[in-house]
Write a protein that binds this ligand. Structure first.
Ligand code: ATP
Ligand code: SF4
Ligand code: MG
Length: 352
């Protein structure tokens, strides 16, 4: 048993046209003090996992299978009150949208102090002292406690949100694209600050992003998701030295490490699958340059090329070939041309 164990997790949204499985059979574990990156393109289910862990799914979303244990305690099916107590103290989330949730009519300091008092036995004084401490941790001066949200820049507001999330030393931090709205220099500074604090308070962290190059800098393990499923998971250093899955190889081209940047980026042609449709086989098959007939009908199981490294692809024996070919633009251009051809043919059929 690890600090956090997610096992066979399904999360489904009910929508007008039916139901949409945004997270499909996802399993992973996280050790105490460890940071894990969850990566993948838009719509692959990253935020849904975060909301499932926080028990913050919208009304039309539900965990329909599986288990989430934190420190040995099952979170699926907990009462609302138990979940409320869990948030902030044990699990805290920093999201991009949290900045907009700051109350415009209260000072940042009042909001922070109130949050601390609501979850601890601190009185006003103790809570204020703690608030100043976390403000310092995120690099904000004490005088900023008296500012209203509109008096602060985007970077300052995001730091205030981070201060709130970390004020109770949560044992698990979930950071969902926490800096995307900020400029690159501020992003970098804030990211490194989050990591520093996470290490200082020995929290575990799940860091969600679409940019795998960021994960290489700050996370110990990586989970690559596509269409609601895990494609590959591994210790980060192994992953960046020996990626296996064709989707991971495509993401690496699209988000190269600083040391590997070449003149032109190679993107993955096409878009992720529509999860409202019944999907068969490997979720990546439409966009995969190496797909065979079998890929469209048979779901690949995980194989483990080395301890702790799992990959869901039918062709482990072809990995050297995949790595070599995926680094060439032409390999992906063939997919782009095929997708355009299929799109035109489909359009013609619908028109007829
Ligand atoms: N409230 C909702 N109702 C119905 N479908 C939803 C809802 N929220 C998300 N979805 C769908 O669930 C799937 C996963 O969405 P999710 O937001 O988890 O993806 P993501 O990986 O976080 O994407 P992004 O990188 O854009 O933030 C998508 O197909 C999305 O359209
Ligand atoms: S199973 Fe097939 S479609 Fe999926 S990644 Fe492997 S080769 Fe590509
Ligand atoms: Mg998201």
């Amino acid at each position: 048993m690890s600090f956090l164990d997610v096992t066979d997790l399904d999360i489904t949204y009910t929508v007008g046209a039916g139901s949409l499985k945004a997270v499909d059979g996802v399993s992973f574990s996280l050790r105490k003090g460890e940071s894990m990156g969850i990566v993948g393109e838009s719509g692959c289910g990253k935020t849904t996992i975060a909301k499932g862990l926080m028990q913050l799914l919208p009304k039309n979303g539900a965990i329909t299978r599986g288990s989430i244990t934190l420190n040995g305690r099952e979170l699926v099916g907990l009462s609302k009150e138990a979940v409320r107590r869990l948030r902030l103290k044990e699990i805290a989330m920093i999201s991009q949208s949290a900045m907009n949730a700051l109350n415009p009519v209260y000072t940042i300091g009042d909001q922070l102090v109130e949050g601390i008092m609501a979850h601890t036995s601190f009185g006003n004084r103790g809570a204020y002292k703690r608030a100043v401490e976390v403000f310092e941790m995120v690099g904000l001066e004490e005088k900023r406690m008296r500012s209203f949200p509109h008096q602060m820049s985007g970077g300052m507001k995001q730091r205030a949100v981070i201060a709130m999330a970390l004020s109770l030393n949560p044992s698990l931090i979930i950071a969902d694209e926490p800096t995307t709205a900020l400029d690159v220099v501020v992003q970098d500074r804030i990211l490194h600050r989050i990591i520093k604090i996470q290490k200082e308070i020995n929290s575990s962290m799940i860091f969600i992003t679409h940019d795998i190059s960021v994960v290489s800098e700050i996370c110990e393990t990586i989970v690559v998701m596509y269409g609601g499923k895990v494609m590959e998971m591994s210790p980060t250093d192994t992953f960046f030295r020996r990626p296996f899955h064709p989707y991971s190889l495509g993401l690496k081209n699209a988000f190269p490490l600083i040391t590997e940047i070449t003149d032109e980026l190679i993107s993955i042609p096409g878009t992720p699958p529509n999860l409202l449709l019944e999907l068969k086989g490997c979720r990546f098959n439409e966009r995969c340059p190496f797909a065979q007939q079998k890929c469209a009908v048979e779901l690949p199981l995980f194989y483990e090329p080395e301890p702790g490294h799992k990959v869901a692809c039918h062709f482990p024996e072809r990995v050297e070939e995949f790595r070599e070919r995926s680094s060439h633009r032409d390999t992906w251009e063939v997919v782009r041309e095929r997708l355009i051809r299929e799109y035109m043919e489909k359009g013609a059929v619908e028109y007829a």
